[in-house]
Design a protein around this ligand. Sequence first.
Ligand SMILES: [Zn+2]
Length: 317
Amino acid sequence: MELTGNNYPRFNVFESRSSSPALWRINMKQVKDYYLLHGFAVLVLASLLGCATQAPHATSVTYLGNCGFLYANEKDKVLVDPFGTEYGNFFHLPSSNTLSQVNRSRPPFDGIDLLLITHIHGDHYTPSLVEEFLKNNSNTRAVLPPQVLKDMQKKCGDFTKISAQIISPELKMNESRKLRVNDVELTVVRMQHGARRDISKVPSSEYTEYEKTENYGYIFTIGKKKVFHQGDGCLKLNEEVINAIGDVDFGHLSFFDWDVTSFDILKNKLHANWVIFMHGTIPGEEFKREAFKETYPKLIKFEKELDCKDFRERLAL
Ligand SMILES: [Zn+2]
């Protein structure tokens, strides 16, 4: 089906917590009376709970910055790439306040079941922050590529204290592994990191240093909804992986895929109901591409860090 302005599904089934229409229907007199009665305790509680005050049966997505997202329902919480600290002059990285909220397990970052790291690049991963997080959250399990594991073994002073929490499957290009970790169903798949050429048929001995980056994509289930996060995997260069994924509910359009072709892969091949924009640039490089201007209005955008949206049901396409 060709997607046009008329038949493209409207995103009226998700709500942004920060702009709930119900809130605006309360008149100012009611607001004044309410706070006189309850003082500022309500405000303080609301700010502390944040996305923890989740609507029943919804899957919530909280944006941290760059490719960092928290996906949650009443039962499970999965955190992907929350610790980017490099290339902040070009990408919208999480602020130090957000990083500290994550590492101090402030709601909604409490009780994380799974921490997923897609690859070693500094805008997605910082070893000391992963180490600190796992030390503070002994029930959390982390899944990450062997390249990241080796980097952590080298750089983390207390690695032995967290090693049992880490799962790091060795995968060849296009290979995948199904896991069940902390009760979350997960498929880990090795994808080619965005690059100038397709290396799916190139022997690994001929990869350049950059092409040797082990980029893991993750497909996992939260409630009954399937999330696909590709890290820096380019959708156009990973045809074999894409063909094997099946339908998903959430997909992401990212740095290496700012065009209609990639959007169509998510929409028409993976049948993603919600396509979320990630990995935007500060100078707005994406908007210099004509092909992206057409795609951008169709994406779900998070305006600022820690914004949270609830997604309730799948729309019929
Ligand atoms: Zn990267």
